[in-house]
Design a protein around this ligand. Structure first.
Ligand code: GDP
Ligand code: MG
Length: 178
C-alpha cells in the first residue's frame, strides 16, 4: 500500500477526511508551511501537497498529502483518495458534535472499503477553543481505542500537536510493517 521504503527514506501517502470546516486544510498548511490562515478557502474536490521530515533516527519521510473536501457532493470521490493510502487522518472539530459523528462514519467507511492495512488516526482539531468544547476528550479516546486508532487533539491555529500527529502516523505504520 502507499508506504514505500528504501532503507532510510519512506514515502507515505496520507489522506485527510472529515466534515467540511473542521480544519483539515489548516492542519496541512500548518504542517507544510508553518502557517495559519484564518481566511483559508473551502477546498474544492481535493488538493495535494507534500512535505518531507527527518525523524530522530535520521530516517526521512516524504508525506504525499491528499486534503479532501468534506462536502457531501464529493463523498463519492473519497475512495479515489483513501484507496492506496498508508495513513488516513480523520478529523473532527471538538466544538462540533456533528463533525464527531461524521468522523465515526468515515472510520466505518474505511473499515468496510479501505485497505485492511491502513493506519487510521482520529484527530480532534480546534483544541485551542476549550471554552466552546462540546466533544469531551474521553469520547475521542474511547472511540479511537475501540477501533484501534491513534488519537490526538490538535490546533492548527496554535500548532499544538500538529507535528506529533504526522510523526505518530509514521511510527504506527512502522510498527505495523515490522
Ligand atoms: P476544512 O474544510 O476541514 O479544510 O477546514 P479549513 O481548514 O478550511 O478550516 C475551516 C475554518 O476553521 C477556518 O475558518 C479556519 O480558520 C478554522 N480553523 C481551522 N483550524 C482551526 C484551529 O485549530 N483552531 C481554530 N480556532 N480555528 C481553526
Ligand atoms: Mg479544506
Amino acid at each position: 500500500i502507499g508506504g514505500v521504503s528504501d532503507a532510510k527514506n519512506l514515502r507515505v501517502k496520507l489522506v485527510l477526511l472529515g466534515d467540511s470546516g473542521v480544519g483539515k486544510s489548516c492542519i496541512v498548511l500548518r504542517f507544510v508551511r508553518g502557517q495559519f490562515d484564518p481566511t483559508s478557502k473551502v477546498t474544492v474536490g481535493a488538493s495535494f501537497l507534500s512535505q518531507t521530515i527527518a525523524l530522530q533516527d535520521s530516517t526521512t519521510v516524504k508525506f504525499e498529502i491528499w486534503d479532501t473536501a468534506g462536502q457531501e457532493r464529493y463523498a463519492a470521490l473519497a475512495p479515489l483518495y483513501y484507496r492506496g493510502a498508508a495513513v488516513s487522518v480523520i478529523v473532527y472539530d471538538i466544538t462540533n458534535p456533528d463533525s464527531f459523528n461524521k468522523a465515526q462514519y468515515w472510520v466505518k467507511e474505511l473499515q468496510k472499503h479501505g485497505s485492511p492495512d491502513i493506519v487510521m488516526a482520529l484527530v480532534g482539531n480546534k483544541a485551542d477553543l476549550q471554552e466552546q468544547r462540546e466533544v469531551p476528550i474521553q469520547d475521542g479516546v474511547d472511540f479511537a481505542e475501540k477501533n484501534g486508532m491513534f488519537f490526538i487533539e490538535t490546533s492548527a491555529k496554535t500548532a499544538d500537536n500538529i507535528n506529533q500527529l504526522f510523526e505518530h502516523g509514521v511510527a504506527h505504520m512502522k510498527v505495523l510493517s515490522c
